[in-house]
Design a protein around this ligand. Structure first.
Ligand code: ADP
Ligand code: MG
Length: 245
């Protein structure tokens, strides 16, 4: 995967190195604001968000429901744009990137894990994990090897042919972790990934995510109000009312 392909359409492609930002910074949000239009009114999602993720960090964002965690993760995952302030991915301001460049970055460099798993129900476990590699045009032989290794790594080697509805919640989230990490992304965004899991299973998922991210040098940003989760984090940021100081 060439860097030119990664930043296709991005004028500042030279500003990054091969592993996530010239100064080790994978992601920066500076004085970010974001509101949602709801009928006639504007609902503040982020009022003043600041974040700097260095390469390889495992960072939790904690805060009450409605404090803006998901909004922040959408911005960091390049799924949405700030109203004001700046978001820099690998040193490049995303304001200057068009939708196709953002889509390219998401596909190549960012893995997502959600509370509700978001697996594709009609696809097998193996095809769910293969999906991000196929989107990138990875050769099928290589896809098969990487998916097999990944499923073994997350403890699902025997379940490759199952569909998601034939798995437990913990197994589904293992599939989601495998899918997020299989392309060795720079950044993994996880929005309350253990909220639907019992305590023991949640602990296993957190350990797995931490280990896989460390293996691959990936940076992890996880939203949670789960104290168990934050025990594993290098850093915990507290968010309140759209403000992350
Ligand atoms: P959290 O993830 O911490 O629960 P959110 O980022 O989901 O917080 O929400 C922050 C604020 O933005 C809340 O007041 C919420 O109601 C509002 N909000 C989030 N998404 C939308 C949306 N799509 N439309 C309108 N308001 C929204
Ligand atoms: Mg949320």
């Amino acid at each position: 995967m060439s860097q030119a392909a990664m930043f296709a359409g991005c004028p500042a492609r030279g500003a990054t190195d091969a592993a996530g930002g010239e100064d080790g910074g994978v992601l920066q949000v500076l004085a970010g604001t974001k509101s949602y239009r709801l009928g006639e009114s504007l609902v503040p999602g982020l009022r003043a968000a600041n974040l700097h993720l260095r390469r390889g960090e495992f960072v939790a964002v904690q805060g009450p429901s409605g404090s803006g965690k998901s909004t922040l993760l959408q911005i960091c995952g390049l799924l949405d744009r700030l109203d004001q302030g700046e978001c820099r991915f690998a040193g490049v301001s995303v304001a200057g990137l068009d939708e196709s460049a953002l889509t390219g970055l998401r596909r190549q460099r960012i893995g997502f894990i959600f509370q509700s798993y978001n697996l594709i129900p009609v696809m097998s476990v193996a095809d769910n994990v293969a999906y991000p590699l196929r989107l990138l045009g990875v050769a099928e032989r290589e896809v098969a090897l990487r998916v097999e290794a990944m499923l073994a790594r997350v403890g699902l080697a025997g379940l490759a042919a199952r569909r998601p509805d034939q798995l437990s919640g913990g197994q589904r989230q293992r599939v989601a972790v495998a899918r997020a990490l299989v392309k060795s992304p720079w950044l993994v965004i996880a929005d309350e990934p253990t909220a639907n899991l019992d305590s023991a299973t949640a602990g296993q998922i957190i350990d797995l995510l931490g280990e896989l991210a460390a293996d691959r040098g990936a940076t992890v940003l996880v939203a949670t109000h789960d104290e168990r989760m934050t025990r594993h984090c290098g850093r915990v940021c507290r968010m309140e009312d759209g403000v992350l100081p």
